[in-house]
Design a binder for this molecule. Structure first.
Ligand SMILES: Nc1ncnc2c1ncn2[C@@H]1O[C@H](COP(=O)(O)OP(=O)(O)OP(=O)(O)O)[C@@H](O)[C@H]1O
Length: 228
C-alpha cells in the first residue's frame, strides 16, 4: 500500500483579490515544504486565507504569484483537462460537508474518483472495501448517505479521498460539523490512514483540539504561515 516518497513545495505563494474597495492581499509569499508521512494542521483567524491556501494547493484556485510543486511537477502549469486528471490521481480532498452523492451507495461514492482514472473495477473495489472496513463501515457498503450518521458520512468521505492513494490529502475543517467524540474518531482515522499510505496531510481547522494532534502545527497570520 506504500507509495514512493512524495514532496510538496509551496514557494512565495501570494494571492490577492481585486475588490471595489481595493486589492485584498490574502496570502503573502507563503512558504511550505512537506514530505510523505508529514501531517500539518493550519489554524488562523476567520478570513485569514486558510481555505484559499488549501484550494490553491489542491488546484481548486490559482495563485496570483508563486508556485506549488508536487514531486517536482508544477500542476498549475497544466491545462484544465490535465489538471482534472492530475487532481484525481494525486490529490484527495475532504470538505467540512461530506459532499457525498445522495443517489449512490457508500461503496459507489468511494469508487467515484477511480472512474476518472479508468482503473480496473475489481482492483478499485477491493481497495474501497478494505478502506471502508478500516473505518468501521463494512456493514454499510450498500447503504445510501441519508441512512448514515454525520460521522459515518464523513468517514466515507475520508475513504473517497484516499481511494486513489493520493500523494496529497487536503482536509478543510473535516470535523467542523461533528460532535466532539465523533470528531475525535474522524481525526484519528485521518491521521492514521494518511500515515499508513505515506500521504502528505494538510488539515485546515478551527479546532485547537484537532490541531494539537498534528505533528506540525502552522498558523496563518497576516498572510504568512508561521510555526505555532
Ligand atoms: N473571490 C473572492 N473575492 C474577494 N475576496 C475573496 C474571494 N475569495 C475569498 N475572499 C476573501 O479572502 C479572505 C480569506 O478567505 P478564506 O475563506 O480563505 O479564509 P479562511 O481563513 O478559510 O476563513 P474561515 O476560517 O472563516 O473559513 C476572506 O476575507 C474572503 O472574504
Amino acid at each position: 500500500m506504500t507509495d514512493p516518497a512524495h514532496d510538496l513545495n509551496v514557494t512565495k505563494l501570494s494571492k490577492s483579490f481585486a475588490t471595489a474597495g481595493g486589492t485584498l492581499e490574502i496570502l503573502r509569499e507563503v512558504e511550505l515544504s512537506l514530505k510523505s508521512g508529514d501531517a500539518a494542521a493550519i489554524t488562523g483567524p476567520s478570513g485569514s486565507g486558510k481555505s484559499t491556501l488549501l484550494y490553491i494547493i489542491g488546484l481548486l484556485d490559482v495563485p496570483t504569484s508563486g508556485d506549488v510543486t508536487l514531486d517536482g511537477e508544477r500542476p498549475h502549469q497544466l491545462s484544465a483537462a490535465q489538471q482534472a486528471r492530475y487532481r484525481s490521481r494525486n490529490i484527495g480532498f475532504i470538505f467540512q460537508d461530506h459532499h457525498l452523492l445522495p443517489q449512490c451507495t457508500v461503496l459507489e461514492n468511494v469508487l467515484l474518483p477511480t472512474l476518472a482514472l479508468a482503473q480496473t473495477n475489481r482492483e478499485a473495489e477491493v481497495r474501497a472495501v478494505e478502506l471502508l472496513r478500516r473505518v468501521g463501515l463494512s456493514e454499510r457498503l450498500h447503504h445510501r448517505p441519508a441512512q448514515l450518521s454525520g460521522g459515518e458520512r464523513q468517514r466515507v468521505a475520508v475513504c473517497r479521498a484516499l481511494i486513489n492513494q493520493p500523494a496529497l490529502l487536503l482536509a478543510d475543517e473535516p470535523t467542523g460539523n461533528l460532535d466532539r467524540q465523533t470528531a475525535e474518531t474522524v481525526g484519528t482515522l485521518l491521521l492514521e490512514i494518511a500515515k499508513e499510505q505515506q500521504a502528505i496531510l494538510i488539515c485546515v481547522t478551527h479546532s485547537q483540539e484537532l490541531a494539537a494532534r498534528f505533528p506540525r502545527r502552522l498558523e496563518l497570520l497576516d498572510g504568512r504561515l508561521v510555526e505555532s
